[in-house]
Design a binder for this molecule. Structure first.
Ligand SMILES: CCCCCCCCCCCCCCCC(=O)SCCNC(=O)CCNC(=O)[C@H](O)C(C)(C)COP(=O)(O)OP(=O)(O)OC[C@H]1O[C@@H](n2cnc3c(N)ncnc32)[C@H](O)[C@@H]1OP(=O)(O)O
Length: 243
């Protein structure tokens, strides 16, 4: 475990040295306080998503020089939990600009100030789109010029990731239309839990703290609400499984 942590640290230091001249790079650090935590005194995923969204948005707006919105965030795999008192370091930069959209890479690591340990928490890719002007004109982005080896690699793969994003919903639609989706196992009907029983609904009143600088509900807040209902739905299921 210790050598894995120091490998992660080394990897981060190398990336830091490489990317120090990138004008779209944004770094933000937050110390985890009780108000950011769940009932287990760990950083709540919703709070982390809010920080990731706001760091990435700043990076996107640095490139665009105008307002941008979060269009999507790709799959995220959380490798470690983060505890109260630890420091979260977020780093975002634009990997590639397309026409009005761009891919922003977000790297999250954690630091324990008292033991001087650092480790990687997750890496995500978000797509931000420039907001149209008051007259409804699209704002086209200037290209990103990769400098370091790592930036060249991210730049090339970003185009492929964008292609996958664009075909993803078409693939699901085709699967549903063709009826080639897996059916539920009918033998599990007696022992299983009806999906409906795990359904959770939440109604949120949009208040000023939920808004971004464009006075819209910001993407990270919406993701945080989604995490809340998903967590409650998952707990329901576990409760039913206890024999
Ligand atoms: C200290 C911290 C405390 C934290 C606590 C305080 C918080 C402090 C505030 C923080 C600040 C944060 C701020 C964050 C920024 C928001 O959170 S913004 C709010 C959340 N996001 C939204 O509301 C977006 C809503 N969606 C939309 O407006 C539209 O669907 C979109 C995304 C603009 C797309 O519009 P459209 O008409 O479908 O556009 P279309 O012309 O078809 O496509 C335009 C481009 O978008 C791309 N695109 C469209 N849909 C998608 C998609 N789903 N995926 C990928 N690309 C897409 C297209 O490929 C196209 O790309 P280009 O070829 O031009 O490069």
């Amino acid at each position: 475990m210790t050598s894995q942590l120091s490998d992660d640290l080394k990897e981060e230091e190398e990336e830091d040295e490489e990317s120090c001249d990138n004008p779209t790079e944004v770094k933000m650090s937050q110390i985890v306080m009780p108000c950011h935590c769940n009932h287990r005194q760990e950083l709540s995923v919703g709070q982390l998503l809010k920080w990731m969204d706001s760091t990435a948005c700043l990076s996107a707006e640095r490139l665009a020089g105008s307002l941008c919105v979060t269009a999507s965030m790709d799959d995220i795999h959380f490798e470690h939990t983060i505890s109260m008192g630890q420091v979260v370091n977020l780093r975002a930069k634009v990997n590639r600009a397309f026409n009005t959209s761009m891919e922003v890479g977000i790297h999250v690591s954690c630091e324990d100030l008292y033991s001087d340990r650092h480790w990687r928490v997750c890496h995500a890719y978000a797509t931000f789109v420039t907001q149209r002007t008051n007259t409804g004109q699209k704002v086209t982005l200037k290209p990103v010029v990769p400098q370091s080896q790592n930036e060249h690699m991210e730049y090339s793969v970003a185009a492929e990731r964008r292609r996958v994003r664009m075909v993803h919903s078409d693939i699901i639609k085709e699967l549903l239309a063709s009826g080639s989706v897996e059916q539920a196992d009918s033998s599990a009907v007696c022992s299983g839990v009806a999906a409906e029983k795990t359904r959770v609904e939440s109604v949120e009143l949009v208040l000023p703290p939920h808004a971004n600088h464009q006075v819209n509900t910001f993407g990270g807040q919406i993701m945080a609400w989604m995490v809340n209902v998903a967590t409650i739905a998952a707990r329901w299921k576990r409760q039913f499984n206890i024999k």
